[in-house]
Design a protein around this ligand. Structure first.
Ligand code: PLP
Length: 423
């Protein structure tokens, strides 16, 4: 496949933008490629500036559960834009989207909108510390919660490609109150609480981690996080930036029947615009300024165009049968994918419409397991799929995303390619 325009665009971008990209994984370095430059996207099809077309299984990191440029969402966006793109003054869309969030996530009694998942998590953690008047935050190895200083500890995803487990430029003091434990290790959680429980403000977790590749919580693990945080009066934060509106309308918490104290949402909720949210128990949320002493603010927060894109997206997702249909397609696809990888020393992990192929024969239940997979084989697979016009999430530590826009034909072609993957 020829990509002369993308290559030239990349060279020019490198002169002005560090690494030529505005988010590191997009550089495709971990798979030994150079980035595609995209001209346009529609449904599941990406078209690059050389006119090559790709079926997209990354979908802007899971944002486009409806596929790119959904006509109904675009119509709402165009209407919003015609009425001005930011006011810095309240508008009706903010309450409208908050209501929809509350209907799907009843535990989010109050919601505040921000501009990115990073900001949502950062704010939720500050609020948890303000509410409990404690400092320690417990997270899990391989879970990514955005790039706030104190959460860049063993953070999976793009950070996994750096030489240390974290980022340079973060003073030790800033992570002194962050403890990272192995995911699915209930004993480690119990031990830490026995020792330091009275000082733990919150446990934050991706209930189904997707930033080390998809990893499933083992039976009882999330339940124990809920129980022990109640016991020690710490808060439980579910980071549902990926799983919210993905694993069900009510996210992973609905699927597992668990109620965290605080929840963060992102990706799907902005309908393709920079919007995210955090919310939870009203008594906790009431500590936020202007009601309370925990400060948090944003010039473009609750942006009217983003709110309209989010509202329209959620209304489509709320139509009866939406998730049932998507998951039925996904379940069939995963059953066939399981056959396609038999004898290939590839492990499929999946949840809802999320999946990761790990290039290892062993089970993957933690970040340590995920790191046992063969990165060279993943790179070969990524390049092979790209050469056949499929764009996958470009890292062995990421999820791929199905959407309601993927066709049977596209899924069948994908399966055939997997079957024929030489290794
Ligand atoms: C993507 C992601 C974030 C960060 O969101 P941004 O919008 O990229 O800042 C946080 N948590 C999880 C679980 C994510 O997947």
């Amino acid at each position: 496949m020829n990509r002369p325009h993308s290559i030239k665009a990349y060279e020019e971008a490198l002169r002005y933008i560090p690494g030529g990209v505005n988010s590191p994984v997009r550089a495709l370095r971990s798979v030994g490629e150079t980035p595609l430059f995209i001209q346009k996207a529609k449904g599941t099809t990406l078209t690059d500036i050389d006119g090559n077309r790709f079926t997209d299984f990354c979908l802007s990191w899971g944002v486009f559960i409806l596929g790119h440029a959904h006509p109904q969402v675009n119509k709402a966006i165009r209407k919003a834009v015609s009425q001005g793109t930011s006011y810095g003054i309240p508008s009706l869309g903010e309450t409208g989207l908050a209501k929809l969030v509350n209907q799907s996530f009843p535990g989010m009694e109050k919601v505040r909108f921000v501009n990115s998942g990073t900001e949502a998590v950062m704010s939720a953690v500050r609020l948890a510390r303000g509410f409990t008047r404690r400092n320690i935050i417990v997270k899990f190895d391989g879970c990514y919660h955005g790039h706030a200083d104190h959460l860049l500890v063993s953070a999976g995803s793009g950070v996994a490609g750096l030489s240390g487990s974290s980022s340079a430029g973060v003073p030790d003091a800033f992570t002194a109150y962050t403890v990272s434990l192995p995911f699915n290790d209930t004993e480690a959680v119990n031990r830490l609480f026995a020792e330091k429980g009275e000082a733990i403000a919150a446990v934050i977790v991706e209930p189904v981690p997707a930033n080390m590749g998809v990893v499933l919580p083992q039976a009882g693990f999330l339940e124990q996080l809920r129980n022990i945080t109640v016991q020690y009066k710490s808060l439980l934060i579910f980071d549902e930036v990926i799983t919210g509106f993905r694993l069900s309308a009510g996210g992973a918490q609905k699927r597992f029947g668990l109620k965290p104290d605080l929840t963060t949402l992102g990706k799907i909720i902005g309908g393709g615009f920079p919007a995210a949210a955090f919310g939870g128990r009203a008594d906790i949320m009431s500590l936020l300024a202007p009601d309370g002493p925990v400060y948090q603010a944003g010039t473009l927060s609750g942006n009217p165009v983003a709110m309209s894109a989010g509202i329209e997206t959620l209304q489509i997702l709320n139509q009866p049968g939406y998730y049932e249909n998507l998951e039925k397609t996904a379940a069939n696809f995963f059953a066939e994918l399981t056959d396609a990888i038999a004898d290939k020393k590839i492990r499929l992990n999946h949840a809802g419409s999320l999946f990761t192929l790990f290039f290892t024969a062993a089970e993957v239940n933690s970040f340590a397991d995920a790191k046992q997979a063969d990165p060279e084989r993943f790179s070969r697979f990524f390049k092979y799929m790209l050469a056949h016009h499929f764009y996958l999430s470009p890292s062995p530590f990421e999820a791929n995303f199905l959407s309601s826009a993927h066709s049977e034909t596209e899924l069948a072609r994908f399966l055939k390619l997997v079957k024929n993957f030489p290794g």
